[in-house]
Design a protein around this ligand. Structure first.
Ligand SMILES: N[C@@H](CCC(=O)N[C@@H](CS)C(=O)NCC(=O)O)C(=O)O
Length: 210
C-alpha cells in the first residue's frame, strides 16, 4: 500500500495489478513469479523495464525517479541518511518482528514452540514501535521531523498490520499523530479506499499490542 500511495502522491500514470497471495507461490501468475522470485508483493515495473521488488526499495526508487514529488531528501541532502535508515529499519526490523509474530513456523524447523516465538515477536514489535514513536515525537510530527516523506507512507501502512490499529496508535501517540497526518492526504485516502475498508479483519489472530 505504501508503494501504491507513493504513485498516487506523484500523480504519474500507472497500472495497478492485484495479486492473490493467498494461493501458493507456484500457482501464482507466472508473469508475477518471473518478476519477483520470492513471490512477495509489491513489485514495480517501470516503463524502461526496470523491475524493483521490496516495498522500501520501491519507495526509494520512486523518490529518486520523481524528485518534483518531494517524497524524500535527494542524495546530498543532509537528511538523506535519516530517510534511508528509517525506511531500512522499518523493513528489516519492524516488519521482521511482524513475521516472527505472524509466521513463527518460518523461524524454527521444529513443529513445537510456535507460541514462544510469537511471544518474542510481540516483544520485538513493542521495541520497534517505541523507537519509532520516539523518533516521530522529537521533533516530529513526521519521521524526518517537519517534512513529510515516503517514510511516513510506510509507517502509516505498518500501523494497519494489526488486528486493532487504534490500539497500536493509542499506545504510541506520536506514531498515531504521524499516521493521522498521512491519512488526511487525499492521495492516501484514495489508495486506502482501493485496498479495502476493513483492515482490522486482516489478521484476526493477532492479540493486540503487548
Ligand atoms: N520484504 C517484503 C515483504 C513484503 C510482504 O510481506 N509481502 C506479503 C504481503 S504483505 C506477501 O507478499 N506475502 C506473500 C508470501 O510471502 O507468499 C517487502 O517489504 O516488500
Amino acid at each position: 500500500m505504501s508503494a501504491h500511495a507513493a504513485l498516487e502522491e506523484i500523480g504519474c500514470a500507472y497500472e495497478n495489478r492485484w495479486v492473490d497471495i493467498d494461493i501458493p507461490l507456484a500457482q501464482r501468475d507466472p508473469e508475477f513469479q518471473a518478476l519477483t522470485p520470492h513471490g512477495s508483493v509489491p513489485v514495480l515495473v517501470d516503463d524502461d523495464g526496470t523491475v524493483v521488488f521490496e516495498g522500501t526499495a520501491i519507495l526509494i526508487y520512486l523518490t529518486d525517479r520523481f524528485p518534483d514529488a518531494h517524497l524524500g531528501p535527494a542524495v546530498g541532502d543532509p537528511k538523506r541518511g535519516d530517510f534511508l535508515k528509517w525506511l531500512t529499519y522499518m523493513t528489516n526490523t519492524l516488519q521482521v518482528a511482524m513475521q516472527v509474530f505472524f509466521m513463527p513456523d518460518r523461524f524454527t524447523t521444529s513443529p513445537d514452540g510456535h507460541d514462544a516465538i510469537s511471544a518474542n515477536g510481540i516483544e520485538r514489535l513493542d521495541e520497534s514501535w517505541r523507537l519509532i514513536d520516539a523518533t516521530c515525537g522529537a521533533p516530529g510530527p513526521y519521521v524526518l521531523g517537519e517534512t513529510f516523506s515516503a517514510c511516513d507512507l510506510h509507517l502509516q501502512m505498518l500501523t494497519l498490520w494489526h488486528r486493532d490499529p487504534q490500539a497500536i496508535r493509542a499506545r504510541y501517540p506520536n506514531v498515531k499523530r504521524c499516521a493521522e497526518l498521512v491519512e488526511a492526504r487525499p492521495a492516501v485516502q484514495r489508495v486506502m479506499r482501493d485496498h479495502g475498508p476493513d483492515w482490522t479483519t486482516h489478521h484476526p489472530d493477532y492479540p493486540g499490542p503487548p
